[in-house]
Design a protein around this ligand. Structure first.
Ligand code: SAM
Length: 391
């Protein structure tokens, strides 16, 4: 309805409430009415209050911005379902109708059409005049096995993260991790037990390392380094990328037994496999000794200060005097500027009780572990390489 037309009954209410002395009772109706009008008026208040969603036809819809943010999980769960059913992979064979997608994914045709229509609205898929769907550039990382694939990450987000985030309120009330409320175990213990969830998580980490390893290699000079231990290195994507670029270097991949078992399968045919030693263990107790570099990519942020310090102290114990620690992490801006790392920080609270840190928080952590922070090197990605030596 036109905003000015909505205003007429509201002004009428205002007039009569003032004249009959019932302004107090009507004040709330008046205020709510004004808010509703602001949310419905396309060109004025709504342009401030609403985030536009651009539809595939190019038109723009408005909902109050706060409602769009609050219902954001409708979109994230729809994207998750598309990833889980492999719809983008079905469309890799060419445009397909709702019926063809439903047949290929063993899903309900009517529901698939409704899902596809919703995802066209947010630009993940496109529909042509004949009713056939294709993947857009935005939706392409839903495909598996393509460079830049995010399929495994989206499935992990839609399953384990989504279930744990349902208990965010528990974390905020208590300051404790929500994951055990949803799954009955700490995150890494659970991922070691649930074979499918663990494999998806490891693949998600590998896909994300593929994106970040290029940024790390371009920003840090490893040419003087002969040996690296990748502590909590997952399935070894970052480590093998470094080994491939530096043929003189040897590496040790160190992670939990369930992950190392998975890495054996993944690294079988890797050209650098003969220079890469696979070792399983618990970095809260010990890390392999004597390497030039102790590399940890998005590991320290998984842990609270006490356990993060313990991991760093275990590295310190295994280092020679001239060894270095290299962390690959997000860095929260000191001055409280807007940064996506604050949302990652909340995710760390929910999932494993970890946190994203500022430069001074990293410096304090290193100091407590007997290390000294020497450099923070930006990369092409939002991640930084943080270097420390023995103090
Ligand atoms: C966020 S992932 C990062 C993986 C990898 N560094 C990357 O960047 O893709 C954290 C890694 O720490 C490993 N991890 C967790 N707890 C561990 C422990 N107690 N000892 C050894 N590794 C552990 C996990 O299995 C996982 O591979």
């Amino acid at each position: 309805m036109n905003g000015a037309l909505c205003l007429v009954p509201l002004l009428r209410v205002l007039g009569s409430s003032l004249s009959n002395g019932r302004w107090k009772q009507f004040r709330r109706v008046f205020r709510d009415g004004l808010c509703a009008i602001a949310g419905q008026t396309p060109n004025h208040a709504a342009s401030v209050l609403a985030l536009p969603i651009v539809t595939s036809g190019g038109s723009v819809t408005e909902l109050p911005a706060l409602l769009q943010l609050a219902s954001g999980y409708w979109i994230s769960q729809a994207i998750y379902v598309a990833a889980k059913l492999g719809i983008a992979d079905v469309l890799n064979g060419g445009p397909a109708s709702g019926a063809q997608i439903a047949f290929a994914t063993e899903a309900n045709e009517g529901a698939i059409l409704r899902l596809m229509r919703a995802l066209c609205t947010v630009g993940v898929f496109r529909v042509d005049d004949t009713g056939k769907f294709t993947v857009t550039a935005l939706g392409r990382p839903l495909q598996c096995g393509v460079p830049g694939s995010l399929r495994a990450m989206i499935i992990t987000l839609g399953e384990v993260h989504y279930a744990a985030w349902a208990h965010l309120i528990h974390s905020v009330r208590t300051g404790r991790t929500a994951f055990p409320v949803a799954f009955g175990a700490e995150m890494f213990d659970y991922l070691g037990l649930d074979i499918e969830a663990g494999a998806t998580f490891n693949s998600a980490m590998t896909d994300c390392s593929a994106l970040s390893s290029c940024a790390v290699l371009l920003s840090y000079n490893f040419s003087e380094i002969r040996s690296v231990v990748d502590v909590g290195g997952g399935c070894g994507k970052l480590l093998t990328s470094i080994l491939c670029m530096y043929p003189e270097m040897h590496g040790t991949l160190f992670d939990l037994p369930s992950v190392i078992a998975h890495a054996h399968g993944k690294l079988g045919a890797d050209p650098c496999r003969d220079r890469c030693n696979l070792v399983s263990g618990n970095f809260l107790e010990y890390v392999p000794p004597g390497a030039d570099v102790y590399l940890m990519s998005t590991v320290i942020h998984d842990w609270d200060d006490e356990r993060a310090m313990r991991i760093l102290a275990n590295c310190r114990r295994s280092m020679r005097q001239d060894s270095r620690v290299l962390l690959v992490e997000f860095v929260v801006p000191d001055g409280g500027e807007i940064s996506f790392s604050t949302l990652f920080d909340l995710n760390m609270l929910v999932m494993n009780g970890g946190r994203e840190r500022t430069v001074s928080e990293f410096r304090r952590l290193f100091h407590a572990a007997g290390l000294r922070m020497t450099r923070i090197i930006p990369t092409l990605s939002p991640l930084r390489v943080i270097e420390a030596t023995c103090s």
